[in-house]
Design a protein around this ligand. Structure first.
Ligand code: BGC
Length: 721
């Protein structure tokens, strides 16, 4: 009996998370509502009636629907009819580190925590749909939105977004996975026509969306601005019908990105449900407004097409209890728990790239003075980045954190070091021109501070003038003369530590060899300063791993090496095909600055006794790779163990290896754990373009137990029959 109750409970959790099975009662309720609606009322639900709301149908108890950005916090309230903030004082919220930082933690529990917090805060702010996560593949180091996205690897993206979405949606809020699909550059994003092979589409660009829909049951999907194989994404029958509805059995809402709808009939027939953000003052003029009513009355579109869209919206409303407000979660905001979650997320994102002679962690009690240098020591980043900007309740900068935690005992010598030189007045990459000036006066001040301090910490990197929606960077270098600054400070004080604050790859060769320690701190959200300072001081340990490859130069990176970015004549062909990120570096034997999955620790680990459970596998089998991991150092630590697999001989080109499983293992000094990582043989498949099916070719496969894409601990060959 007890077992049965547990089974039923588990089943209900499963059904709750999985959206495919909508129940008969819900469908009946939807149809009853639709029957009572006029065409005008129905169409009112299919387009915005302001920047972030759609109309309800009052007499049926259907309220306005409230949508809000964004992926790492609930955005401040905006005016209904323009892009200005209302300026109210009750819309501060918790700001998490953006997507790349979430991915750098490689911690699925933190993705779950984030989803829960965002869901609670969205509900408290009376939002029905939260527009995130943004899960486009990081294809070029230059993409302005890399910071908001997660990774170059579809498996890592899938695992994190599934947890995030499931957790968020338990709070009666719909997640909206975006931007479907191939919005991998911001340059020409409104018009660029992306072409890629079926294989690249299936193996690299689609998996994150597929698992978000099929596994996590995401309730809404946002169609991207760009074109895909000649059609705007929002008008592509292939994307909207063949993939979303038919293959993935998606029953939620397919909405346009803001101002990404371009037609009435074509978009409506291609499966788009909801038009948002169109830049036309009169909402009745929008494609899914009066023109849609006319298309129906003229007989160009059947009313059943409209009904289908309304049903999709009602289904999500019912699922998130919009129509049953009394039973709905009320939510909470800015709680200590939420702030703690943001802190953990920032701590676990920090990646230690270099640590010569264990200069880190700093022994704070032995220090008398520290030079804190750089614009990023004092800059707040939550409020930047365009649609994902957050009005954080507070944001702790690194300088504030150091001063507050150690200022009583240690002299903190601050120097600006470099100035943020550009201001993005217009949303284009032009704002980045002329940002390479070296300011020798600031450098001299910084050198003087470094000379008179025991250690120097430079907070360098980018800001949201570079890592931002709507344009790409022009190059991969550190702007504002920071390379010169770092070189000069390092000459003045050999104990110079560089902390990079940025959300996309940077050229590091010019500084890496000059300093003993290099740390990647990301944009750390509202707890950024506390988190990074606690890692530097050893109060916390670094446990992040790079979610993308750090190339030495831009020209190493696949799309750039092949001249396949940003495209020609508003078309871009993904010539690197499936060889994105480490798949390219590995397969071509190119040495990056730092590989995908890389990150050091303050302690040391050994991994041994790695073995597969069998040597021969059938097509329906699952491989278990088992090994022991031990913390052999003196402090607590965590290692992200990564399992890659590759096929030795294949009829098609395959990447040398691909990430198939990972886990983050926390260990006390001397502690040992046994780890089991599992991979289904069917997940070793490639997408066969000839048969349009996933295919596993029998033969030898190699499993690699690793701590980065290049740090292979154990190589385990197996045979698949
Ligand atoms: C962005 C979306 C965002 C929307 C609403 C668009 O410009 O691409 O990610 O959700 O604006 O702000």
């Amino acid at each position: 009996m007890k077992l049965r109750i547990v089974a039923i409970a588990l089943l209900s959790i499963f059904c709750h998370n999985s959206f495919a099975q909508t129940d008969a009662a819900t469908e009946k309720r939807i149809q009853q509502l639709i029957k009572k609606m006029t065409l005008k009322e129905k169409v009112g639900m299919l387009h915005g009636n302001s920047k972030f709301y759609t109309s309800g149908v009052k007499h049926l108890g259907i309220p306005e629907w409230a949508l809000s950005d964004g992926p790492h916090g609930v955005r401040a309230e905006m005016n209904r009819h323009d892009w200005k903030y209302t300026g109210q004082t009750d819309d501060f919220s918790t700001c998490f580190p953006p997507g790349t930082a979430m991915a750098a933690s490689w911690n699925l529990d933190l993705a779950t925590q984030r989803g829960i917090v965002l869901g609670e805060e969205a509900r408290f702010r009376k939002k029905d749909v939260l527009l995130g996560p943004g899960i486009n593949i990081i294809r070029s180091p230059l993409c302005g939105r890399n910071f908001e996205y997660l990774s170059e690897d579809p498996f890592l993206i899938s695992r994190l977004s599934v947890n995030y979405i499931k957790a968020l949606q338990t709070k009666d809020v719909a997640a909206c996975v975006k931007h479907f699909v191939a919005n991998n550059q911001e340059d020409n994003r409104f018009v660029i026509d992306v072409n890629m092979s079926d294989r690249a589409f299936r193996e690299i660009y689609l998996p994150g969306f597929k698992s978000s829909i099929v596994e996590a049951g995401v309730l809404s999907v946002m169609g991207a601005y760009n074109k895909f194989r000649g059609d705007y994404c929002t008008e592509s029958n292939f994307l909207g019908r063949t993939i979303l509805r038919n293959e993935f059995n998606f029953k939620g809402v397919y909405m346009s990105d803001w101002d990404a709808t371009h037609s009435t009939e074509k978009a409506a027939l291609a499966g788009l449900d909801l038009e948002m953000g169109t830049e036309k003052d009169n909402y009745n003029d929008w494609y899914f407004a009066d023109p849609l009513i006319k298309a129906v009355t003229d007989g160009r579109i059947k009313e059943s097409v409209v009904n289908e869209k309304v049903a999709n919206i009602l289904r999500v409303m019912i699922r998130t209890k919009v129509l049953d407000p009394k039973t709905r979660i009320i939510g909470s905001i800015n709680t200590k728990e939420h702030q703690q979650a943001a802190y953990r997320s920032a701590v676990e994102a920090v990646v230690l790239l270099k640590n010569d002679k264990q200069i880190l962690p700093l022994n704070m009690s032995a220090l008398k003075s520290v030079a804190v240098i750089g614009d990023n020591a004092t800059r707040k980043h939550c409020e930047g980045g365009f649609s994902s900007e957050i009005k954080a309740l507070y944001e702790v900068t690194p300088l504030e954190a150091i001063t507050k935690k150690y200022g009583n005992n240690i002299r903190v010598n601050f120097a600006q070091g470099y100035n943020k030189q550009s201001f993005v007045a217009e949303r284009s990459s032009k704002g980045q021109l002329d940002t390479d000036k070296v300011d020798w006066k600031l450098i001299e001040e910084a050198v003087a501070m470094a000379k008179k301090s025991d250690v120097a910490i430079i907070f360098a990197g980018l800001n949201h003038d570079f890592d931002s929606e709507s344009f790409d960077r022009l190059h991969m270098r550190l702007p504002y003369g920071q390379e010169t600054l770092i070189q000069e400070v390092a000459k003045a004080n050999p104990k110079t530590i560089v902390v990079i604050i940025a959300g996309s790859p940077l050229e590091l060769a010019g500084i890496e060899s000059r300093v003993p320690a290099l740390v990647w701190g990301w944009y750390g959200g509202m707890e950024a300063g506390n988190a990074v300072v606690d890692v530097l001081s050893g109060k916390e340990f670094p446990s992040g791993k790079l979610p993308f490859t750090m190339p030495v130069t831009l020209s190493q990176s696949p799309a750039h090496a092949l001249g396949a970015y940003p495209g020609h004549d508003l078309k871009v062909n993904y010539d690197e095909d499936i060889l994105v990120g480490y798949r390219w570096f590995d397969t071509k034997g190119i040495q990056p600055q730092y590989p995908f999955g890389y990150g050091l620790s303050y302690t040391s680990f050994t991994i041994d006794n790695a073995a597969t459970n069998k040597k021969m596998y059938g097509m329906d089998d699952e491989v278990t790779v088992k090994f022991n991991i031990k913390n052999t150092g003196k402090t607590d630590g965590a290692e992200v163990v990564q399992l890659y697999a590759g096929q030795t001989v294949s009829s098609v080109l395959r990447p040398k290896k691909e990430l198939k499983a990972f886990d983050k293992i926390f260990l006390k000094p001397g502690e040992q754990k046994t780890v089991n990582l599992k991979v289904k043989i069917k997940d070793l498949a490639f997408y066969d373009e000839k048969s349009s099916k996933w295919k596993v070719e029998p033969g030898e496969f190699v499993f690699y137990v690793a701590t980065s894409a290049q740090d292979i601990v154990s190589t385990l060959p197996v045979t698949v029959q």
